[in-house]
Design a protein around this ligand. Structure first.
Ligand SMILES: N[C@@H](CCC(=O)N[C@@H](CS)C(=O)NCC(=O)O)C(=O)O
Length: 220
């Protein structure tokens, strides 16, 4: 499999979908550059390469690739060792739980943006239920999703856990994760590939993002 000469990841500092790609790149030790934009005020060059107007876009020797799950699969094919299980069914199951995480990120966003108590509670409950559901899939022997080694599915959940930890710290919102789930989250957030996957002032950037939502979270 031939490897490209240059990878440029187009990013939005607070985006969990970009962050999953960064974690995979870091974990694999692949060199890349980051270009930060605001997809809500996109420069013309970005609109031209992003059909959905969303980040991440990975420029592979200048050729654009969009959708974070697709970017992860590409990186995993081109840069060994693979972070997927070898067994086809297990691999497909990991991909399914990657999709599920995207849904949980949306639920988390709804919780952060909810304008009143009812909307907040609904989003909180659906996020908590979703976390319990994925929690039931974790290998008994952790700390990661499938056991002792970090895989692509782990790269995808780490950005969600990073935000949940900040929401707990700053707003007291506790998703009441199981002990096993907390072990998974703690192990992920301690990984070098994860710690270095965000900008240095990420906590401030994220808090500012949350404040700009002007949600019920700020007043509860
Ligand atoms: N399904 C996409 C979701 C990416 C996404 O929602 N990115 C957000 C930022 S976190 C975005 O670019 N939003 C801009 C918009 O929707 O206009 C993926 O996995 O790459």
């Amino acid at each position: 499999m031939s490897q490209p000469n240059k990878l440029e990841l187009v990013s939005f500092k607070v985006c969990p979908f970009v962050q999953r790609s960064v974690i995979a790149l870091n974990e694999k030790g692949v060199a890349y550059t980051l270009t930060h934009i605001n997809p809500h005020e996109p420069p013309d060059w970005f609109s031209a390469i992003s059909p959905l107007g969303k980040v991440p876009v990975l420029l592979v020797d200048g050729k654009p690739l969009f959708e974070s799950a697709v970017i992860l699969e590409y990186l995993d094919e081109v840069y060994p060792p693979s972070l997927h299980p070898a067994d086809p069914l297990q691999k497909a199951q990991h991909r399914a739980w990657v999709e599920f995480c995207s849904e949980l990120v949306t639920r988390q966003f709804h919780m952060l943006s909810a304008k009143d108590a009812a909307a907040f509670d609904e989003a909180y409950d659906s996020l908590r239920n979703g976390l319990q559901r994925v929690g039931g899939e974790l290998a008994a022997a952790g700390p990661f999703f499938a056991g002792s080694s970090l895989q692509l599915v782990d790269c995808v959940y780490a950005p969600l856990f990073m935000r949940l930890a900040l929401v707990k710290k700053h707003f007291g919102v506790d998703l009441q994760m199981s002990e096993r789930m907390q072990v998974w989250s703690d192990a992920l957030l301690a990984q070098e590939a994860v710690k270095t996957s965000v900008v240095e002032d990420f906590e401030d950037v994220f808090l500012n993002f949350v404040k700009m939502r002007e949600g019920y979270l700020l007043e509860r």
